[in-house]
Design a protein around this ligand. Structure first.
Ligand SMILES: [Zn+2]
Length: 137
């Protein structure tokens, strides 16, 4: 759990730093695009503005996620919930499943009972005729 806490905190820090850097880069792109447009170089100007706007959107998302205080808590809670399930309930579920499978297979291959070859109903293995359809086994 402590490892996960550190990881999410690190992730938030990285998101903040990367988001901030890309925000600065995007501002540079936007300024360069405006400069190109002022000089009437329309193609590089518009492409730089486009890239700049995209970077602004991406970086603002990164910073928003990085600065969200509930983000790390949310992920820790969700992992905690999954761990709780996997540790106790999952083992219980699996053991009950295995028991059910074992019971059904033991019922199926038990020596006391077998199934009629004609109607498929459960009959005694030593009975010569089926008690449901009356045909010989
Ligand atoms: Zn039968």
């Amino acid at each position: 759990m402590n490892k996960r806490k550190v990881n999410t905190k690190k992730l938030c820090k990285i998101l903040k730093i990367v988001g901030f850097c890309s925000f600065i880069v995007s501002i540079v792109f936007l300024v360069l695009g405006v400069v190109f447009l002022v000089r009437h170089d329309l193609v590089p100007g518009f492409s730089l503005l486009f890239v700049g706007i995209l970077l602004v959107a991406i970086s603002s998302c990164m910073v928003a996620v990085g600065f969200t205080p509930n983000f790390s808590n949310y992920t820790i809670k969700s992992t905690h919930y999954i761990e709780d399930i996997s540790k106790e309930d999952f083992e219980k579920m699996m053991s009950s499943k295995e028991q059910a499978v074992n019971n059904s297979t033991s019922d199926f291959f038990s020596k006391e009972k077998c199934f009629c070859k004609h109607c498929g109903k459960e009959i005694d293995i030593d009975s010569e005729f089926c008690r449901y359809c009356g045909k010989k086994q």
